[in-house]
Design a protein around this ligand. Structure first.
Ligand SMILES: Nc1ncnc2c1ncn2[C@@H]1O[C@H](COP(=O)(O)OP(=O)(O)OP(=O)(O)O)[C@@H](O)[C@H]1O
Ligand SMILES: [Mg+2]
Length: 263
């Protein structure tokens, strides 16, 4: 099954969507959720999964070690592509310290900001790219990547390791502009790109549709504003996909396989 990257502007609903998608996929298949957002801490709580004991960055020696490798590569005229894993690996081969499981859904974290002045995010981007490139999932396994807000991770090449991009667009002009940019970057990288409207009502849905169509961006699916979701996030409880399950199933059967084929 494909590796799917979920992107969008800050607060658009990326982590919420990743959680509900993983839960819905997890009813039949194995799903590894990769948290590539180094700032936010809420994904584990939304999934109802205790974050793993260590991040993937810890697993390979820490941010400093990866940063030094990157610098050495750049100094010797190389690129930001440094070898961090000896070869390819499967989800089952990942250590129990770096993936937490709740039934068929697992959570791994690329790395988190731990200290002030700890340096740029390049090592995180490099690790995310290398990890996704080397991870080989089977036909019954999915990899869903939650990202930080904006499109910086596109510039760091994280896109290279995935098959399809789902962009969450909430009702705002900035989200439309970002969708235009993300669509262009995904196209440049040769990746399938789909937009999902989130937190909309009938009025905002039709206005967003108009704005996106003017930029030749098609809307693949629509998730309405849900009081169940906002209530769970308000009190800090795990999310359940119950109220939006039908729409999520449509996204899975319709959008993801066809977008991967198209890519
Ligand atoms: N369909 C929805 N209905 C109602 N509220 C929603 C919906 N989707 C997301 N939200 C709310 O939007 C807020 C942001 O959601 P979430 O944390 O998933 O966004 P994000 O894009 O991951 O944010 P960040 O950029 O900070 O990582 C949360 O308070 C959540 O409850
Ligand atoms: Mg998030």
């Amino acid at each position: 099954m494909p590796k799917v990257l979920v992107c969008g502007r800050g607060g658009s609903g990326k982590s919420t969507f990743v959680t509900m998608l993983a839960q819905t996929l997890g009813e039949q298949d194995k799903v590894l959720v990769v948290d590539a957002d180094e700032s936010n801490l809420g994904l584990g709580r939304m999934l109802g999964i205790q974050p793993p004991a260590q991040t993937l960055m810890d697993d390979i020696g820490g941010k400093k070690a990866v940063g030094s490798k990157l610098m050495a590569s750049l100094r010797s005229g190389g690129t930001e592509e440094v070898k961090m894993f000896a070869g390819t690996f499967s989800i089952g081969e990942l250590s129990t310290e770096s993936v937490s499981w709740n039934g068929s859904v697992g959570l791994a974290q690329i790395g988190k900001v731990e200290h002030t002045n700890e340096g740029c995010a390049c090592p995180m981007g490099a690790l995310a790219r290398e990890f996704l490139n080397k991870l080989k999932e089977s036909d019954e396994e999915w990899v869903i990547v939650d990202t930080e807000a904006g499109v910086e991770h596109f510039g760091r090449g994280v896109l290279e390791g995935v098959d399809a991009v789902l962009m969450i667009v909430d009702p705002s002009y900035e989200a439309v502009l970002l969708a235009e940019k993300a669509a262009k970057l995904a196209d440049e990288a040769g990746k399938a790109f789909s937009v999902i409207l989130n937190k909309v009502d009938e009025e905002t849905k039709s206005r967003l549709k108009e704005m996106l169509e003017a930029k030749k961006i098609e809307i693949a699916e629509v998730l309405p504003y849900s009081t169940d979701i906002s209530e769970a996030n308000l009190v800090g409880e795990p999310l359940t996909a119950e109220s939006l399950k039908q729409t999520l199933k449509e996204i899975i059967t319709k959008i993801i396989p066809s977008s991967v084929k198209a890519g």
